[in-house]
Design a protein around this ligand. Structure first.
Ligand SMILES: [Zn+2]
Ligand SMILES: [Zn+2]
Length: 417
């Protein structure tokens, strides 16, 4: 990460923290490819979920600091892949946070043959020794004993309930090599607001995968307000049974610009759009260059089977890139705010999703005054200080605080790589 980006994120972090107080906050920290989420209750209790790849502590720790988080009450590990717990030991260091009461994870069995999960899992186990609790689930999804409560003495506590762990015993492969199938999933409830987060949980049957999403959908106590899109928008997750059961208003996709995996993937994005889910991405993703003649300046960007082409969001499908993404909801509220820092926007939604429609945006997304510049006859829009914006003809030049409908953002609009 470049220093300039880090500094801008710290400054933005300060502005976000100034908005805090008496609200539930769910932060999706932009760690690129990987997951790092922070839940802060109205009463100030904090839960960290995952943390990202090795090295992401250089993003997460300053983020926690800038939000005044010096105490973590709980830690939840979705599964043992390195893009989730690769820096857990460096975040959980006593120099960074104190006060950890419990760390919930999927336990030590089943094991799998997924070698790149093992070293990080071992380090994590050492770091939280004596505080680990194996997440267990209730088949009916009803018992609060299968989770924990924040702000227990308040008149609107935050309830966290585990709904999946180790595939809920439904792994059919005799030897699964897929750590993703074992992901811990949980629901957060706060008044009318609810969210489901489940790491890289699978929704596909194949040689490597078991479809856990469908088995979970049959008993899922949905719908929910927010879905942390499984597996960074992978083709193997977010199947239609699952989306029908949870019917979320917004989906958060944690992905890295030009990641090596082609995430988020076309099929998953189409299914999310079919279910009218507004998606917010931490960064632009990548798409597989296979079968694409992607040539810029005479250079073929495609290399082998690795995706090299940047995937930009499609505004017509309610896709947006946001950097760090924070969802805020007040006690007894009928709305929630979704705040992004790159670009800076605040969108307010109704907590009720009309049947078969997109979630109801109660406010127009607002950026800084005249933040965006575009040509009336173009297809891309720019931030005002983009060098390309200066080249637009005066005759067609337009500007405003809101991105133009139906246009795609130029690369200047995303966080710098
Ligand atoms: Zn994974
Ligand atoms: Zn992952």
């Amino acid at each position: 990460m470049q220093a300039s980006r880090l500094i801008s994120k710290l400054l933005l972090g300060l502005s976000l923290s100034a908005l805090a107080g008496d609200t539930l906050q769910l932060h999706f920290i932009d760690v690129g490819q990987g997951d790092a989420e922070l839940l802060v209750s109205p009463g100030g209790q904090a839960v960290l979920i995952d943390g990202g790849l090795p090295g992401s502590d250089k993003i997460v720790n300053p983020y926690l600091q800038s939000h005044g988080i010096t105490r973590l009450d709980y830690y939840i590990v979705s599964h043992y892949h390195n893009d989730h717990i690769g820096c857990a030991t460096k975040i959980l260091s006593p120099n960074v946070v104190s006060g950890l009461q419990a760390a919930y994870d999927r336990g030590d069995t089943p094991t799998n043959t997924d070698s790149y999960a093992k070293a990080f899992a071992a380090d994590y186990r050492t770091a939280v020794s004596g505080k680990r609790i194996t997440a267990t689930t209730s088949p009916s999804g009803a018992a609060t004993s299968h989770g924990f409560v924040l702000d227990a003495s308040s008149n609107q506590p935050v309830v966290i309930e585990f709904v999946a762990a180790n595939g809920n015993g439904r792994i059919t492969k005799s030897t699964t090599i897929n750590e993703n199938d074992f992901s811990v999933a949980f629901v957060v409830r706060f008044g009318q607001f609810s969210a489901v987060l489940g790491g890289d949980l699978s929704g596909s049957n194949g040689s490597d995968y078991d479809d856990i999403e469908t088995s979970l959908a049959s008993t899922f106590p949905g719908p929910v307000t927010l879905y942390k899109v499984h597996h960074h928008g992978s083709r193997y997750s977010s199947n239609t049974n699952w989306l029908a059961a949870i019917n979320p208003i917004v989906g958060i996709i944690c992905c890295g610009t030009r990641n090596n995996y082609g995430l988020p993937e076309d099929g998953a994005l189409s299914r999310l759009a079919d279910y009218k889910v507004d998606t917010y991405w931490t960064e632009t993703g990548s798409k597989n260059a296979d079968n694409l003649a992607d040539v810029k300046g005479g250079v073929v960007l495609k290399s082998g089977s690795k995706p090299k082409v940047e995937r930009l969001p499609d505004a017509s499908k309610h896709q947006r890139v946001g950097g760090n993404i924070v969802v805020r909801v007040g006690p007894h509220s009928t709305t929630f705010d979704l705040v992004t820092d790159s670009p800076q926007t605040t969108n307010t939604y109704s907590l009720v999703k009309p049947k078969g429609d997109w979630g109801r945006l109660l406010s127009t997304p607002v950026g800084a005054p005249n933040e965006y510049v575009w040509s009336a006859v173009g297809v891309q829009y720019h931030v005002a200080d983009c060098p390309k914006a200066a080249l637009l003809s005066a005759k067609h030049r337009q500007q405003g605080s809101v991105p133009p409908q139906g246009m795609v953002p130029h690369s200047c609009v995303k966080p710098p790589a």
